[in-house]
Design a binder for this molecule. Structure first.
Ligand code: ADP
Length: 317
């Protein structure tokens, strides 16, 4: 089984309770672990895979809390870095219609250093570049680029999820697109939301969007569509792979559970890059990954609701 290195941010989400979308009025916040790459690392290990998290937290109680979550979930934390800068905090209030009020207090995640010694561990393994904050500048952006380059030179399998957050890129969407292009060019697998696929390709239609994105270089594309399932494109073939029916209560982390499960399944192969053009083969994996995403929506919070093998088997019966 290959190791999967998940690179990017680990932070605290303070979610306002019962306050509509107005943070000014919010008085009660619930502390939750956040950060897409860390969720993906937990999703992989929950299923029995081997995941390593590369990111930076503050040497403070919030950072210790986050480290403990990774350890409890059996994620390898050897490359978790700590700094004197405070742990990154995001404050969010979500109204019933999904409208968000968002304040971001960026701290330690930005400070991730590039450590050349990790490079040799990438050989024959897999990298998941799925940070929402990695392209926002600072040492993290530089380290992220270096780790990506090291993954390429060590011939690791590369998965990319741009994790576009509108709150973080207001009026800078063009810069975001430009920064994503090198990753789309060189990744074996890209995971997008519908909004991301449209933004990055400049096309509304999914098939046209995939043509643009494949032409940039990526071999396989998965576009997650919530309860509709996932659009899979291998270039020559494409189609929607339906999800299972569930009673969704909180969709946070569904995309991370989905890509975590897909990467876990790919990590069992001798050479995952070889199947990127094989629609039939990937379709079966996407079907299973859809179930992982769906199950994650049936409970509150991202990490607590990630499925294990038994949950998945029961859901796919
Ligand atoms: P993202 O977090 O990337 O926006 P989605 O919310 O689209 O991800 O969810 C990821 C995957 O999880 C979907 O492609 C789908 O297979 C599954 N999923 C998500 N929400 C539901 C739902 N309500 N019912 C069934 N499956 C779901």
């Amino acid at each position: 089984m290959k190791k999967i290195f998940c690179i990017g941010e680990l932070l605290i989400d303070f979610v306002a309770e019962n306050q509509g979308s107005d943070l000014r009025k919010a008085s009660v916040f619930t502390k939750k672990p956040g950060g897409a790459p860390a969720n993906v690392a937990c999703a992989i290990s929950r299923l029995g895979g081997s995941s390593t998290f590369i990111g930076c937290i503050g040497d403070d109680p919030f950072g210790n809390f986050l480290e403990q979550i990774l350890v409890e979930n059996e994620v390898d934390t050897r490359h978790l870095q700590k700094t004197d800068t405070f742990t990154t905090l995001a404050f969010v209030s979500i109204a019933e219609n999904g409208e968000r009020d968002f304040v971001f207090s960026r701290g330690a995640d930005r400070e991730l250093k590039y450590l050349p010694k990790i490079k040799s561990e990438f050989k024959g393994n897999m990298l998941h570049l799925g940070a929402a904050t990695a392209l926002l500048g600072g040492p993290l952006e530089s380290a992220y680029g270096h780790y990506f380059f090291d993954g390429l030179t060590e011939r690791a399998f590369i998965s990319f999820d741009p994790n576009f957050r509108q709150d973080l890129w207001k009026r800078k969407e063009e810069a975001f697109i430009k920064k994503c292009i090198p990753f789309i060019e060189k990744s074996h697998l890209c995971k997008f939301s519908l909004e991301e696929a449209q933004l990055l390709s400049g096309k509304e239609d999914l098939m046209e969007a995939c043509t643009v994105l494949h032409n940039l270089g990526t071999e396989a594309i998965v576009i997650t569509l919530g309860k509709e399932g996932t659009y899979l494109s291998t270039g020559t073939r494409h189609g929607i792979i339906p999800s299972i029916a569930v009673e969704a209560v909180d969709t946070t982390g569904a995309g991370d559970a989905f890509i975590g499960c897909l990467l876990y399944l790919l990590s069992a192969l001798e050479d995952p890059s070889e199947v990127m053009g094989n629609f039939e083969f990937l379709m079966e994996m996407v079907r299973t990954a859809n179930a992982a995403g769906a199950l994650t929506t049936t409970q509150f919070g991202a990490i607590p609701s990630l499925p294990n093998q038994d949950d998945l088997k029961a859901a796919l019966k």
